[in-house]
Design a protein. Structure first.
Length: 71
């Protein structure tokens, strides 16, 4: 059963819910959003698959530009 607010089908399509992976891996805002958009690409709205991919790229570029990936 699809719960569009708490457990939307475009994030619960596999054994692991996307929010659980993001939290378990402690990805933070940018990396978490990148994973979210990659996971839902083509699932939430097939016509906006590339928009979701581009959003993921945006968050990855933001993460890189802020230097959060440096030790």
């Amino acid at each position: 059963m699809n719960d569009p607010v708490n457990h939307p089908s475009h994030y619960t399509f596999s054994k692991y819910e996307v929010i659980d992976v993001i939290n378990e891996w402690d990805l933070g805002y940018d990396l978490g959003n990148a994973v979210k958009y990659i996971a839902r690409a083509g699932r939430k709205n097939p016509e906006k698959e590339m928009e979701d991919i581009n959003k993921a790229i945006f968050y990855l570029q933001d993460y890189i530009s802020r230097g959060d990936n440096e030790p």
